[in-house]
Every structure is written in structure tokens, then in C-alpha cells.
Design a binder for this molecule. Structure first.
Ligand SMILES: [Zn+2]
Length: 375
């Protein structure tokens, strides 16, 4: 086990409790709050090192981890000009297992490997489980992946193909409970990406890459389930701003799926909006995301808005994106659906950034049902 890694300090934002990474707590043992990484040494410039994948930015992620990369990151930034506006799509679905979660899995598995871990438990609605299975197996760690029985078939299949031990729960909540109970019982390292601060840390690299391409977005639309991608990108842009490399933190907009909205009611009062449940945005089904308060803080600081999109809007957006040649899963169309809700209110010189999170291969059955119905 790497001592410097085991000695990294984690802290709880709720009760300020502090712990060592080597203690292997997935959340605060005192109050149950989510743990964050105590500030690494502040940098005054973006430092890149010889290293593949996200480990190019390892100085901003976590020191002293083994480079467990499969070539994640460095995804294309694809420009579409539409109604006089510049829309940049970050093609995260081109990552090794077909989603942005590969960035998080790469760092999470690097940390596990550095700590000498042999077996991990993860629970996921799909993409994170797939990514974690791929990376864990490739770097000699046994992955146990807990998923809801109604997760897309292709995602379950991929977990198995990548060598994951797949365990199904009745729903997302039960998958989560089983993963934690089993980890407790057998002393397996629970890496749950919804809780894991390294998973979020790795997602800062999306912002770094956009900066390195010379693009400074004004409006960023991010799909929010647990809020990992949202928080990661927010922290990435905030760091770039603190380094004086960008003039402002972009407005970070939260996009949620109907029936799974948590941020929207927290901002706008308790009313549910709208009164339906999305079937298509399966990637955003996260009951009780533990970092809701962090998301709300980032939303306030970046002056972002919150959007909820329903299946009819997702289908419309998906069809348009396919016409543009963007082969994504339905969940990933939520950002463009949200953009379409407000497009006319966004000034024409604003630069819009939307990560497209997951590959169409992940949910080909759903995509086909939607797209082959005709226009
Ligand atoms: Zn606490």
C-alpha cells in the first residue's frame, strides 16, 4: 500500500470530521455525510505531465497513484452552429467503455490499486458499473457490480463481458443497499461512484480539456443524476478561474429527468414538475443523491438554472442529434432537450457547452424504438 496515498485526508462537509483515505470509509462514520478530498496543494497553472488518459493531469487529481489508464479522456469537442449560436458537444460517449464514467473509473481504480485493494463493490444504474468492471478487471481487481434489474440489457451484458460479477437488485435503491451490506460483511472496498470523491475529482479533466482546446464556454448544460459530472466540471472550471486562466466560471445548468428531479424542487420549492416519470433517461435514476447540497452551492455560485425534461422532449432532442451524426444513448439527449427549452433566451454570442455522456450502443433497443418510429 502506498503510504502517501493512505494518508490523504478526507473530510465531511456536514460535521467537519476528518479521516484518512486508508481508513476506507465510503462516507462519514459519524454523521453519514459524503466525504471530500482535503485540498491538495493549490496550483497557479494547469500542469500537464507525461502520462496517458486523464493521468496527463495527475498533479491536479491525486499524487502517487499508479497510472491505470485505458486511454480515457481527450474526447473530441464537436462544434455545431445552430441559429447563429455556437454549440460545443464534448463527445464523452467515445470513451473506452462508451461513457464519461471511464474518467472516474480510471482514478477510482488507480486509488484502489495504490491502496492494495483486491476486490471492489460498485452499484450503478448502468454506465458506472460498466466502466468500473472494465477498469477493475484490466488492472487485476475483482469487480462486483450491483445493478437494478430494470437497467438496460446492454449495460448488464457489458458488465458481464468485461468480467464483472453482476448482482441484480429489485431497483436502484436495493442495488445500493446490497452493495454496501456485502462490502461490510466481507470487508470488500466499496467504491460507490455516487459517494466516491475521487470519481468526481477525475471529472474535472473534462473542464481542463475544454480549456486546452481554447474554448471558454459561457453556458454549460450538464445531466444530473448523482451530480458527479456536474460537480467535477464545476470544480475544474473553478480551478481554472482561480488560476486566472479563464475570465469567469461558466453558468452551470442542472438538467434532470422528469420523475427523478431532486435539484429542481430544492430550488423552486417542493412541487413536482412535471407530473410524469421518464423511462428514457435511465442513466439519471439516482434516489437520494448524497451531494445535493454541494450541487446547490455550485449552482448558486455559478448562477446556473435547473431544467427538468420529459420523454417527449428527450425523443425530439435525440432525433435531432442523430441527424447531426451524434450516436448517443437517450439519457445523453437530456442536455440538448434542456437547451431547446431556453434557446431563444440565450444571446447569440454566448458559447454553449454540452457533454454527450453515453454511447448509443448502451441502449440500442431504446434508441431503435424511438428512432424507427419515424419523424
Ligand atoms: Zn460527518
Amino acid at each position: 500500500m502506498s503510504n502517501s496515498l493512505a494518508n490523504i485526508k478526507l473530510f465531511c462537509r456536514e460535521c467537519r470530521g476528518e479521516y484518512f483515505l486508508g481508513d476506507l470509509h465510503y462516507r462519514c462514520p459519524r454523521c453519514g455525510g459524503a466525504l471530500s478530498i482535503k485540498d491538495l496543494e493549490k496550483k497557479d497553472s494547469l500542469q500537464v505531465v507525461e502520462g496517458r488518459g486523464i493521468f496527463r493531469y495527475s498533479r491536479h487529481l491525486t499524487p502517487d497513484v499508479p497510472y491505470t489508464t485505458l486511454g480515457e479522456g481527450r474526447t473530441p469537442l464537436h462544434l455545431i452552429e445552430e441559429s447563429g449560436r455556437k454549440l460545443y458537444f464534448k463527445l464523452e460517449y467515445l470513451n473506452p467503455s462508451g461513457s464519461f464514467k471511464d474518467r472516474g473509473a480510471a482514478l477510482t481504480i488507480a486509488v484502489a490499486k495504490g491502496l492494495g485493494i483486491k476486490e471492489i463493490n460498485e452499484d450503478s444504474s448502468g454506465n458506472a458499473g460498466t466502466a468500473m468492471a472494465l477498469y477493475a478487471r484490466a488492472f487485476g481487481i475483482k469487480p462486483n457490480i450491483f445493478m437494478p434489474v430494470n437497467a438496460p440489457e446492454n449495460k448488464k451484458l457489458l458488465v458481464k463481458l468485461f468480467g464483472g460479477n453482476l448482482i441484480l437488485g429489485r431497483d436502484r435503491g436495493e442495488a445500493n443497499r446490497l452493495a454496501i451490506e456485502d462490502a461490510d460483511k466481507r470487508s470488500v472496498y466499496y467504491v460507490g461512484h455516487v459517494w466516491n470523491p475521487f470519481f468526481i475529482q477525475a471529472l474535472k479533466t473534462v473542464a481542463y480539456e475544454v480549456y486546452e482546446e481554447g474554448i471558454q464556454p459561457d453556458e454549460v448544460f450538464v445531466p444530473v443524476g448523482s451530480g458527479g459530472l456536474y460537480l467535477g466540471m464545476y470544480h475544474g472550471f473553478k480551478e481554472l478561474y482561480n488560476m486566472g486562466l479563464i475570465g469567469n466560471i461558466p453558468r452551470m445548468h442542472v438538467v434532470e429527468a422528469a420523475g427523478y428531479e431532486r435539484v429542481y424542487p430544492a430550488v423552486h420549492g417542493d412541487e413536482r414538475y412535471p407530473e410524469e416519470t421518464s423511462d428514457l433517461a435511465d442513466g439519471l435514476r439516482v434516489p437520494g443523491p448524497p451531494r445535493l447540497n454541494e450541487v446547490l452551492e455550485a449552482l448558486g455560485e455559478s448562477r446556473g438554472n435547473t431544467y427538468v425534461v420529459n420523454d417527449a422532449e428527450i425523443i425530439k432532442a435525440l432525433k435531432k442529434l442523430y441527424k447531426m451524426g451524434l450516436f448517443i444513448e437517450p439519457t445523453s439527449a437530456t442536455v440538448y432537450a434542456a437547451y431547446n427549452q431556453v434557446r431563444d433566451e440565450i444571446e447569440k454570442d454566448r458559447i454553449v457547452l454540452m457533454p454527450l455522456t453515453g454511447s448509443g450502443f448502451k441502449a440500442l433497443d431504446k434508441v431503435m424504438k424511438v428512432l424507427l418510429k419515424g419523424d
